[in-house]
Design a protein around this ligand. Sequence first.
Ligand SMILES: Cc1cc2nc3c(=O)[nH]c(=O)nc-3n(C[C@H](O)[C@H](O)[C@H](O)COP(=O)(O)O)c2cc1C
Length: 268
Amino acid sequence: MNLIKVDQSSCIKCGICTKVCPTGFLSMNENVPEETNSSSCIACGQCVAACPYGAIDNTKTPFSSQVNIEHFPVIDSQTAEYFLRSRRSIRCYKNTPVPQEKLLKLVDIAHFAPTASNTQCVSYIIVRDKKILENATKIIVDWMEHQSNKSHWSFSRHVSNYREAGIDTILRDAPHLILAIAPKEFKNGRENTISSLSYLELFATTIGLGSCWAGLFEMCAFSNYYPLLELFNIPTDKSITGAVMVGYPKYEYKRLVDRAPINVTCME
Ligand SMILES: Cc1cc2nc3c(=O)[nH]c(=O)nc-3n(C[C@H](O)[C@H](O)[C@H](O)COP(=O)(O)O)c2cc1C
């Protein structure tokens, strides 16, 4: 099956489409871009997006659904730096629920993050039901209590916060949780999830939302603790590969924090 259509009247045979193709699916044949084995096309859309003359179309990534970015404003580096540095882990949330459209927008942006071989294997569960989150915390505390004392992780602080003071230091009373899940057969599920949820966390700040990586939740989920997997109806062929809490931040941050001195080696 032919995936590629070249508009010969606008193609100047510059070969850019073949150079940006990651898999060698496209190559120049007598100065004309030509596809080789259609199964090697990973549907990344680079050929269509990079063609300066709009001469390439690809059934897997149609020209008509690509957005023209030629006249988009480019974010300046100072703004970009402040934007990236001003994302903070939010652990105190307002009690106000976030509308479903906003949460859907978050996962929509998350799914544009890069994935190994463009597998796009991550899917999402948006949890808006506070009762489910309360149950999740309860289940995770039970799980923590059953971990061996020899465990590298000390969970006792979280357990006593919950049991003695009624404070949730696991899901932080966040109104929402977004789970990433991936088929078990994909070996890059976790890596893909990390890039995806990082996009989500950064974008969240632009629509007034805060987020925090739910690492303790993940530890329990990664141990395949059945009551937790059952709570979220995780199918047996899929795994939870990541989780972030989301909500409206209760407090506003006034300053950018510094990090420890950077450790970098330059090899020239
Ligand atoms: C993989 C991962 C797991 C994390 N797990 C938790 C967690 O379970 N609870 C929490 O409060 N913060 C968690 N964090 C947030 C880190 O503590 C936080 O990113 C770090 O302290 C730096 O602060 P900042 O995000 O505000 O810049 C996690 C972060 C990452 C990347």
